[in-house]
Ligand binder design. Sequence first.
Ligand code: AP5
Ligand code: MG
Ligand code: ZN
Length: 216
Amino acid sequence: MIIVLLGPPGAGKGTQAARIMEAQGLVQLSTGDMLRAAVAAGTEVGIKAKEFMAAGKLVTDEIVIGIIADRIEEDDCRDGFLLDGFPRTVAQAQALDKLLNDKDRKLDVVIEMKVDDESLVDRITGRYICAECKQGYHDTNLKPQKADVCDGCGSTNFTRRADDNRETVTARLATYHAQTAPLLPFYAAQGVLRTVDGMADINAVAVEINDVLSRL
Ligand code: AP5
Ligand code: MG
Ligand code: ZN
């Protein structure tokens, strides 16, 4: 199965991707995570991407399409994969169609996670992750079971993303509406778009996504 999770910053793409991965045994391909790793490692891609990310703008289509083109050729993507944060422009969506077409593959579904802009700022400014295993948390919505100890690995070391501040979030939202929202009519026209209520609580969203997948 090939799935795209589409939604604004903070919609819950990463949160739900982790659950879909577990339930469906699919690998998660997050261009945001890959770019952050490239920035941290100081690679050529990372050096190019850093300023765009800090400003809440999109990294060039050329860079992200290149990353995805290479990644989906790997063995663990043979039976399918879950895209989180890609495509994000119509040009990226067209490039993905072509990459898949060339291999006689196709997208099964694009799941739009719909959330009000006002909630997104709170979700993002409250977000933090475990520095060791990267499990995600939120100051009020999703705390570790034991205060300040990661449920996943027991670490007490947590970190926040450099772009998770109020100014950058506003820019990321504007970027989403201008450049990514046009993918909604693009995929609706292909008949693969399904929309879930991303305002519901995390477990309810997971149930709705499961429902969509089971009806494919
Ligand atoms: P990326 O890493 O993709 O960031 P994003 O799209 O801004 O999305 P986020 O990761 O912030 O949000 P999410 O939807 O994953 O939400 P999460 O599950 O964490 O991209 C970062 C940057 O990289 C971009 O700005 C761009 O520069 C570059 N980039 C990446 N891909 C690119 C591409 N294809 N082309 C060009 N540039 C690219 O949830 C957020 C918080 O809310 C968490 O704390 C969570 O616990 C909480 N939460 C989740 N669901 C719920 C719920 N239902 N109710 C309450 N709280 C919830
Ligand atoms: Mg994410
Ligand atoms: Zn951890």
